[in-house]
Unconditional design. Structure first.
Length: 179
């Protein structure tokens, strides 16, 4: 039975704190195991907007389509301002720096066989150039489709899109005390 008291901001915060504490306990008891998609999380990969091992701010999440020809979102959009540096998510070799369908893009092939793509980015590296994780590869161009920020995609093989966030460390969640 729900009463008006159960809907107060204080009781809501308490319920949320309990849920988050339970989730934190479950994570601690599982040994910190966090499931990833097809890729294995690796600390060698970094957020291409900050260079940190965990993601800063996602504007639009990954939405893998059921079939390759179905609609979806084959990457993540990360918050970044126009003209800001875009960093290589991991070490590798620049395999493309140019325009695709009128959009400036950069692609980096990584030693583990993954390829990361960055759009819209004015590249500052040439094809064949080696880059390290967190090294600037270009600057963010103005949005081309009304979606702000950096679109970061990751491919394994020719058309197997992965969730780029699966390559990053899990974010640290800190609970604030309820007053």
């Amino acid at each position: 039975m729900t009463t008006n008291q159960d809907k107060t901001p204080v009781s809501f915060r308490r319920r949320m704190a309990c849920h988050l504490a339970a989730a934190a306990c479950a994570l601690a008891l599982s040994g910190g195991a966090v499931p990833t998609s097809a890729a294995t999380a690796s600390t060698s990969y970094r957020d291409p907007t900050t260079g940190n091992p965990a993601v800063a701010r996602v504007l639009r999440p990954f939405e893998k389509p059921e079939r390759n020809w179905h609609s979806g979102h084959r990457g993540v959009d990360l918050a970044l301002g126009v003209g800001q540096p875009v960093l290589a998510a991991g070490p590798g070799t620049v395999v493309f720096s140019g325009t695709v369908a009128g959009r400036p893009s950069v692609a980096v092939e990584h030693p583990d066989g993954l390829r990361s793509t960055y759009t819209p980015v004015f590249g500052r590296k040439t094809v064949g150039e080696r880059v390290g994780a967190g090294e600037p590869i270009g600057t963010l161009a103005p949005p081309f489709d009304g979606h702000p920020g950096l679109h970061w995609g990751v491919l394994r093989g020719k058309d197997d899109y992965l969730n780029p966030l699966s390559l990053l460390a899990a974010p640290v969640i800190r609970l604030k005390p309820v007053r």
